[in-house]
Design a protein around this ligand. Structure first.
Ligand SMILES: Cc1cc2nc3c(=O)[nH]c(=O)nc-3n(C[C@H](O)[C@H](O)[C@H](O)COP(=O)(O)OP(=O)(O)OC[C@H]3O[C@@H](n4cnc5c(N)ncnc54)[C@H](O)[C@@H]3O)c2cc1C
Length: 417
């Protein structure tokens, strides 16, 4: 299939033959099939790569990801209390390569020439694209004094998750666990509160007399407020202290002290979740035009509002939709569908919807959930919550806990399988 005739046949069949003669950018690729490059093999990028090929045999898809495997943040709080191990949350790209014919390149993208439509890899290689999807997740912004080898954030699953688990296991009975939560928006709105509950439950069962202090830069709990207020004020009231408006100013990593606008707090284990922004590559290319942190995109296609033919999905996008893996998977499908339509000379679907879902363990046997459906609003060009289709669990339950495992397995398999 990879020859000039097939490329021309494909363009003709899609009504693009005239474009080939009209636009130099398309002539550049006239000797091959349309090339779509996906940067980042997380929930957003892996899903986009998979569905581009699942829905079309007429495009070549290259996935560029530096790591041979991916550690899911989803469920990673359960590594902290020993209920799961990281290997259960680790996925490779073999199925994407073998079943879907995606070229997987283990490399970093260091820069993109958006004018000539070329991606530059750290290895020195360059790759041309017709459409580029960038899904690089978040970067963690600098916090004065923070040394992650002593004070892990564990907000990207991997070695820091293991380190935090080891620190909790070694914490003295009757000790204090302190965590800080950055101002919104950050990756996984309910995630920090979920972590506070999982750790409180673990300490209650294993290290009685221990305390949890949650220092939140936000004015109040940012997600599932009733559920977490109940968990903090009832379930863990004897051991957990929640302090809002605690803006992090710096860290003493050796002494494990968090300096905040509400005072200094010293713990036996300190877990600082730093403020976040779209990953470095988004800033390098100059796509971070939302608050100087996130990439503005058209939610019909996730095409950048700065640079044509570049699409941004997942945690890096700045549509106002939550930064979460389930909705990253949904954005990826909207984006993949739009790109195939655009390559065919058509317009993106005009009424896309997306869905976010987060299950949160509240203890080792119970969980809660939160879901939100978003619909495109043509009047404002934005994604808006559909209140009638959104909501949260009325109370944590063991049934929700087992549903959480089913939900995650489905999401993992839809993304990587
Ligand atoms: C504790 C915790 C619990 C969570 N629970 C939930 C939940 O219940 N539900 C939910 O929906 N979400 C949850 N999330 C959030 C979810 O994990 C993230 O929103 C999701 O991982 C975002 O996916 P992404 O593909 O945008 O980014 P990532 O998963 O971070 O993937 C980005 C990928 O891009 C690669 N990359 C970065 N830069 C480059 C580059 N320059 N070149 C090449 N590759 C690059 C990285 O190596 C990485 O593999 C949770 C997060 C945490 C921390």
């Amino acid at each position: 299939m990879n020859n000039p005739l097939n490329r021309r046949q494909f363009l003709k069949s899609l009504g693009l033959a005239s474009a080939v003669t009209a636009f130099p950018g398309i002539i550049k690729a006239a000797s091959s099939r349309p090339q779509v490059i996906v940067v980042g093999g997380g929930f957003a990028g892996a899903t986009a790569a998979k569905y581009l090929r699942h829905w079309s045999n007429a495009v070549d898809v290259t996935l560029i990801e530096p790591n041979a495997s991916y550690n899911s943040c989803i469920l990673s709080n359960l590594v902290l209390n020993g209920q799961m191990n990281l290997s259960q949350l680790t996925f490779n790209y073999n199925t994407l390569a073998q079943k879907y014919g995606i070229s997987v390149v283990n490399d970093w993208v260091d820069n993109v020439d958006g004018i000539n439509q070329v991606v530059r890899l750290r290895s020195g290689a360059t790759l041309p694209y017709d459409r580029l999807i960038i899904a690089p997740g978040v970067q963690f912004l600098a916090v004065p004094g923070l040394d992650n080898s002593k004070v892990p954030h564990a907000w990207k699953a991997g070695p820091q998750t293991t380190l935090l688990q080891q620190q909790l296991a070694a914490m003295p009975t009757g000790g204090t666990f302190i965590m800080t939560i950055p101002g919104a928006p950050y990756r996984c709105p309910p995630g920090p509160y979920e972590r506070a509950c999982v750790v409180a439950d673990y300490l209650k069962r294993n290290k009685p007399g221990s305390r949890v202090i949650v220092l939140d830069a936000n004015a109040s709990i940012t997600a599932e407020r009733t559920t977490f207020e109940n968990a903090f004020n009832v379930t863990y009231s004897d051991m957990l202290q929640y302090i809002p408006n605690a803006e992090l100013q710096g860290v003493d990593s050796d002494q494990r002290i968090a300096h905040t606008s509400m005072g200094d707090y010293k713990g036996d284990v300190l877990n600082v979740i730093p403020p976040q922004a779209a990953s470095e590559i988004i800033h390098t290319i100059g796509l971070a035009n939302v608050s100087g942190k996130w990439a503005g995109v058209n939610p019909l296609s996730y095409e950048s509002t700065v640079m044509p033919n570049i699409h941004v999905i997942g945690d890096s996008q700045g549509t106002g939709q939550p930064k979460a893996g389930h909705i990253a998977n949904a954005e990826a499908k909207v984006c993949a569908d739009a790109i195939l339509r655009l390559l065919g000379g058509n317009q993106p679907y005009a009424a896309p919807m997306t869905n976010s879902a987060c299950f949160s363990p509240i203890s080792s046997t119970t969980a809660s959930w939160l879901t939100a459906v978003f619909a495109y609003d043509a009047a404002t060009g934005t994604m808006q919550v559909v209140p009638a289709s959104s909501g949260e669990a009325s109370a944590p339950s063991s049934r929700n806990y087992s549903r959480m495992l089913d939900w995650a397995e489905n999401l993992f398999s839809d993304t990587f399988g």
